[in-house]
Write a protein that binds this ligand. Structure first.
Ligand SMILES: *Cc1c(COP(=O)(O)O)cnc(C)c1O
Length: 348
């Protein structure tokens, strides 16, 4: 979801942005009016995520998946090796991609229990000569979330935050690279937000495509080629909305209200079962099921008829998944819990 007020603002400016006589969709990315939009978005992201001056903010096309290749191409050359914690589908895809460019050490793999948990710090098998350590902060499909930032003894941390970016405060200085496809929590589809410690750029493998080269993107301020102009504009509006709603502390409060409402009910329900271990539960994607796949299918079918969208679990795990990103109103979760309670009474 995107905040309704953001969509309405965009609609009101759709054909004539700020008296320019043009839609943002029609502007040259080199024009003065667009440069202002771009600069405002970047400044807004810097403020809400509290990005230190050591780090650069980049807007790159290709989504999060593009970064699965960009991160190793830019960083793995240091020692030829990287550590990956594989806690779900997207971390697994990222590790597969990295293997094309260097040696991947699996620091953890949670597949043994169908990715229902997050490894503890002591369980991570870190190597001393890794160029970087990689993990995915929130496992969108499995509904697990890291509740700590791993200690890596000076090895740069690369983190995929696609599905929990901007949902709670983070200490950006602990990360070498944070990236996120913006479409889950921040803007329409079309790009990744990348936050990179500038000291890590400029050491890419010689085969790195120019479009993937972080140093080039830093030097060109994300405009090596035409950027996704409209998505950047929308990201700026969402950043403003986040600021008006209490910043990341405000987002965290809302996130806790929404997710605890669902988890509290799941814990007391005799019908529904929460899929993820308690300590690993995601504040963004709540995965649950009943003991019977046919009943799960019935629930999904009836939920659609009742006006709920996208409650069917990912095909890899089955069951159900409620994605409750930043813009989901608390009221939406209240309605879902009421619907689940009714379903439980009717299917005893
Ligand atoms: C959705 C998602 C991706 C894939 O994002 P694209 O922008 O489609 O490439 C990667 N990682 C995580 C954690 C996701 O949730």
């Amino acid at each position: 979801m995107l905040p309704l007020s953001v969509l309405e603002k965009a609609a009101s400016e759709m054909t004539n942005y700020n008296g320019s006589g043009m839609s943002v969709m029609e502007m040259s990315h080199r024009s003065k009016v667009y440069q202002e939009i771009f600069d405002e978005t970047k400044a807004g992201v810097k403020r809400i995520l509290n990005v230190p001056d050591t780090h650069e903010i980049l807007f790159m096309q290709g989504g999060a998946t593009f970064q699965f290749a960009a991160a190793p191409l830019n960083l793995i050359g240091k020692t030829g090796k990287a550590d990956y914690a594989i806690t779900g589908n997207f971390a697994n895809l990222a590790a597969k991609e990295a293997k094309k460019y260097g040696e991947v050490n699996v620091a953890a793999n949670t597949e043994d229990r169908n990715n229902t948990y997050i490894p503890g710090q002591a369980d991570l098998k870190l190597s001393d000569d890794a160029s970087y350590f990689y993990y995915c902060a929130n496992n969108t499909i499995y509904g697990t979330e890291w509740q700590y930032v791993p200690e890596t003894n000076g090895v740069p941390v690369v983190c995929d935050m696609s599905s929990n970016i901007a949902s709670r405060p983070i200490d950006v200085s602990k990360f070498g690279i944070i990236f996120a496809g913006v479409q889950k929590n921040m803007a329409p589809a079309g790009m990744a937000l990348v936050i990179i410690d500038k000291a890590l750029a400029g050491k890419e493998l010689p085969i790195t495509p120019t479009i993937m080269n972080y140093q080039t993107m830093i030097d060109k301020d994300s405009m090596y080629n035409t950027p996704p102009c409209y998505t950047i504009y929308m990201l700026g509006l969402v950043a403003k909305w986040i600021e008006e709603n209490g910043g990341l502390e405000g987002m965290q409060k809302l996130r806790d209200v929404r997710s605890s409402m669902l988890y509290n009910y799941l814990d007391e329900s005799k019908l529904f079962i929460a899929c993820a271990d308690k300590e690993a539960r995601s504040g963004m994607n709540v995965t649950f099921r009943t003991a019977d796949p046919d009943l799960d299918a019935k629930f999904v079918k009836e939920s659609i008829a009742a006006g709920f969208s996208n409650l069917k679990g990912h095909r890899k795990v089955g069951g159900m998944r409620a994605s409750i990103y930043n813009a989901m109103p608390v009221e939406g979760v209240e309605k879902l819990v009421a619907f689940m309670k009714d379903f439980e009474i009717n299917n005893k």
